[in-house]
Design a protein. Structure first.
Length: 80
């Protein structure tokens, strides 16, 4: 478990399990905020909301996600 950026991150699937294509974390956020705009060159990132609401930026799109919503950030695409 990683405790960073105001949240708890539990690794569910390692990038080693997917040949470096994807890793999956279960994240619990205690406060608003998250990582700055960034991009991954070797992995895609998928966001799925179980509880609460999240604002996610993927490329030029800003999405308001609620429980059951998801967003996909393909590799090389800026996201936050």
């Amino acid at each position: 478990e990683l405790l960073i950026m105001g949240g708890s991150f539990r690794l569910k699937v390692s990038s080693r399990d997917t040949g470096g294509d994807l890793c999956i974390y279960d994240t619990l956020r205690a406060a608003k905020g998250g990582p700055a705009l960034h991009r991954h060159h070797f992995q895609d990132e998928w966001f799925y909301v179980i509880r609460g609401e999240f604002i996610v930026r993927v490329g030029d799109d800003t999405l308001s996600l609620k429980p059951g919503d998801s967003a996909f950030a393909p590799r090389h695409t800026p996201h936050a």
